[in-house]
Write a protein that binds this ligand. Structure first.
Ligand code: ZN
Length: 265
């Protein structure tokens, strides 16, 4: 989450509460034999290996050494972290209702920044009318076809997403899935952006860079970064004025771009 910058001089509350908001609720542990399951019309998972290449589609750049990052804890403590499969593109869609004017380019720029820092490749699938949900299904074949649903970047409001109430400007997280015998993998996620709050941030004295920073921060959560206590990092858990990825953010994203390829999912 990111707090509205107006909070700078006030006490930040409940900063850590929303970490991994979607992580727990959408956790899916796939135990059923996938070949059988995926052939059934009521299947809860897509066919295996959609778009999976033999090699990672990109490589993370060599990041400056930094320990100013935190990886979100995986559900299985024997695994160091959970990441997206680098052998496949990460698809994303935008739910534009309530978006501030000219904000779409900021989303794509934010995606391009985290893509460059992680080596993970993203593909924009266009707008959607899917509403954000705390219990979003990671597989929605009726809406998106027989593949994992894309990352949903939803312009929303506190009325629709109550956790955006107060000075919270954005929320982000991912669904994590495991095939028996393979590591947990992030398959998709969701970002809720507070349209009214961010429309205010878009104008003076803040500006579009601050809105893009909020989106990059939430993308950091989606890819697997948690909050850090260093206020000079974009992934700082409280309000700050950082608008670009910093050394710790970049080091963390480079780690998250080096996850395992899991074609079994
Ligand atoms: Zn956050």
């Amino acid at each position: 989450m990111v707090l509205h910058p107006r909070m700078v001089l006030r006490t930040a509350v409940a900063v850590a509460v929303l970490l991994g908001l979607y992580f727990g609720t959408a956790l899916l542990d796939r135990h059923v034999a996938p070949v059988v399951e995926a052939s059934l019309p009521w299947s809860a998972v897509p066919p295996q290996g959609i778009e999976a290449a033999a090699q990672p589609l990109g490589t993370p750049p060599v990041a400056e050494e930094s320990e100013a990052y935190k990886l979100l804890e995986p559900p299985d403590s024997s695994q160091p972290f959970t990441a997206y499969d680098p052998c496949r593109p990460i698809h994303y869609v935008i739910r534009p209702d309530g978006a501030p004017p000219d904000s779409e380019a900021l989303v794509h720029k934010a995606v391009a920044e985290v893509s460059a820092a992680s080596g993970l490749q993203f593909v924009y699938d266009g707008p959607t009318d899917e509403a954000p949900s705390n219990s979003r299904e990671p597989y929605q074949p009726d809406l998106y076809g027989k593949r994992w649903a894309p990352v949903l970047i939803a312009w929303s409001s506190p009325a629709e997403s109550p956790r955006l109430a107060g000075d919270v400007a954005g929320l982000g997280g991912s669904s994590t899935v495991r095939e028996t015998g393979t590591p947990y993998v992030r398959v998709n996620g969701q970002i809720d952006l507070d349209g009214p709050d961010l429309a205010e941030i878009l104008v003076e004295p803040y500006g579009p860079d601050r809105v893009q920073a909020v989106i990059m921060h939430e993308l950091g959560h989606v890819l697997g970064l948690g909050h850090v206590e260093d206020p000079d990092q974009l992934m700082y858990g409280g309000p700050n004025s950082v608008t670009e990825l910093q050394d710790g953010d970049r080091a963390g994203l480079a780690v998250l771009g080096s996850g395992a390829c899991v074609p079994q999912l």
